[in-house]
Design a protein around this ligand. Sequence first.
Ligand code: MLT
Ligand code: MN
Ligand code: ZN
Length: 298
Amino acid sequence: MSIKLRILGAAAGGGLPQWNCGCDNCNAAREGRIAPQTQSSVAVSGNGRDWAVLNASPDIRTQLAATPELHPTGLRELPLRSVLVTNGDIDHVAGLLVLRESQPFTLFATADIHGTLAANPVFDALRADCVTRTAVRLDQPFDLAPDLSATLFAVPGKVPLYLEGAEVETGLLGEQTVGVELRAGGRRAYYIPGCAHVPDWLATKLAGADLVMFDGTLWTDNEMIAAGLSQKTGQRMGHISISGPQGSMAQLARLNIAKKIFVHMNNSNPVLDPASPQTAIAQAQGWIIGRDGMEVSL
Ligand code: MLT
Ligand code: MN
Ligand code: ZN
């Protein structure tokens, strides 16, 4: 028993290239100069046979097609046991609609996120007699798949974009944005694709882990504004930046984490270009830049 992970999609919402974006990275991806990346999802297994998918991205159909471990093993038999969503964002839930073909699996999320899904009748396409919706309590371990334990914990974040009111709190700690702790065979791994900042207790939790996959949305907080792409900072979106004294590289340094991988990169992030100076800086600080299809065995 060990933990196996495969990045199904390394990009944030929108993917690389994003359909309506003419930034340098998106153009480079269209022209084949850098590798396109699909949207935010990871497959994980504790025994190499039974798999769970963490976040159902709008790209899940092509992601599953590109992942032999998740291909059908019989007429309607699959190694996929469950799907877990870490927030209600469109890049993490829209793929549930692709999984509607009367296929049994368990859908894990907090009660709050399940409430958001239940309020959208389009998700009733996941028929109740096939898909078991299980509400997970924070900080309580549960079986995500055979031989694989998971625990959800709150991380600083905000409600999904489509539920934002006039006032948005971007550092909410509750059931709307969670990280996942995975345990199997004595190994301990974390998947945290969205996180607004790293409080001391979170750094303490991650210390000594075998693997941390962490929010790599932006390199700098204002990079989308500077590139003329958006009026929003990373902080306004509920995402920490990689660089800077409050950034994830600084905050997760010296924690004795065996492997650190950035996931959920926005298409504006220079680390999506392997030849960028920022990629070299992140690598020099011990980080791996996640890519579609990347596999990790712990
Ligand atoms: C995010 O990660 O901030 C969201 O995926 C943004 C969105 O919903 O487009
Ligand atoms: Mn996202
Ligand atoms: Zn772009």
